[in-house]
Design a protein around this ligand. Sequence first.
Ligand code: NDP
Length: 535
Amino acid sequence: MAESVGGAIQAPVPVPRAVEPARPAQGAVTAHGTLAVYEPGSGKLVGEVRVSTAAQVREATAAARGAQKGWAQKSFGERRQVLGRFQQLVLDRADDIAELIVRENGKTRNEALFMEVLPVADLTHYFARKAERLLRDERVPLHMFPHKKSYLRFYPRGVIGIISPWNYPFSIPAGDVVMALMAGNGVVLKPSEFTPLIAERLRALLEEAGVPRGLVQVVQGKGDVGAELIRSGVNMIVFTGSVATGRKVNVAAAEQMIPCVLELGGKDPAIVFPDADLDTAALKLSWGAFANSGQTCASVERVYVHESIAPQLTEKIVKLAQGLRQGEPNSYDTDVGAMTTQMQVDIVKRHLDDARAKGARVLTGGEVKVYPDGGRFVQPTVLTGVTHEMAIMRDETFGPMLPIMTFRSDDEAVRLANDSPYGLSAYVFTRDRNKADRIANQLLAGTVMHNDALYTHAAPETPWGGVKASGLGRVHGKHGLRDLCEMRHVNLERFDFPAFWFYPYSAKAYRLGRRVYGTLIGTTLGARLRALLGR
Ligand code: NDP
């Protein structure tokens, strides 16, 4: 296939400036203690927030704890009403919220709406209605002690510290906050230093909906503020971010003896079998790799395609990539937006250079454009001739890169897909549903999707999380909601039963216990009743 360049990157609108001020770097704390946010697509100033001091972080946790006591007393119905109003506000203000997400993060207008705003409204609707059922007492049938009954009960933990990244600056923290609130908790949220404004909007919307003042706190700053939050007296941390920071968070939480959920990075593989619908596969793989400029934890980062169909599939993917329109993120017609941070551009460039140097072929894209006035874009890029010796196949790239490798047998495909320290999601493309199920059993990933990519983060009833270095614990679903609660076990008496294991000990009690208890182990309740009744 000829080497070619994909859809052109449109130059961003220049930002007129009368006097060139000394401009702080993106994400840097200014001399007057603020974080300034610039549009990734144009470099225009979006706004500033004040960085929280260590004392303010501790005050935020204390205030959330104060407000949480009353919130925990409210019924599920009362909480549902408040969050139902939040859901409606999100729907009513969807365009404004989407615009702010675009301006801070650089994703496209459609991505902000479909991948952030609307899924938050839907998740809120789901947990507002279902939390009561998901958190009601769960009976634990006792197979050996029928005179007792056991229940699991789910109590609010108190204050949940939520530390979130910049790539889904609304949907990730909003989902965590809504679930924490429905479970009766208070919240202190520390958003990424690159996307602090949308978190302030989230808090304002929640308060407008009737969430008691102080129950949801937002603290702003860099990593040190996140570290302070972990030490501030919160009862749990829900962290979403990189593996490197996740390790530090895990250690810091252990020092406080508080649990943490870690939603970390991925290097998600997709396997395309010879019987797959190639048009569907090409479309979904391209979207999975290029949506949000590839800055999605579950992005398709590696494609393994059977050698018999590799030329056709590759051609379809290249054609799709070349047709994508990249540029002004806030336009409804833009397919691929900007890269949120310069740091991420540098990582993508490093992976691309390494792949090229080791013999990979760039079939389309491969151009990185950083404009002096702000605005940074990486073209949707398709590569072949890649190997597992290249960083682009091993480390999280987090950019619009789609490297394609071939395989010959199912075993080889599974081996290649599992050859990674990560395990967030994996994707299988085949028309054979039984085969998809069989292969899913062999893939080491928190989620396996068949003939699709990315989307289950928007299905609130499904758990989200990774295996291996991709994290610990789950958000979303019944398990994610229950993790936000302290599970306690209550064991109640149904009737009294004279047992042989109490004082005083004796040889007689020993022999009796040996015979009765020992005989009962491994038998069914029916067999025991029959034995007791002598039948
Ligand atoms: P980082 O790990 O750099 O940062 C995540 C958050 O942690 C930020 O708010 C950051 O603050 C904060 N932080 C940094 N240092 C510390 C510390 N020592 N203690 C506590 N908090 C700290 O991740 P990114 O923001 O760069 O996000 C991208 C990563 O997130 C990717 O690896 C991606 O795969 C992963 N991710 C995982 C998801 C999942 O569901 N599994 C979903 C989305 C993203 P600051 O930004 O101010 O430094």
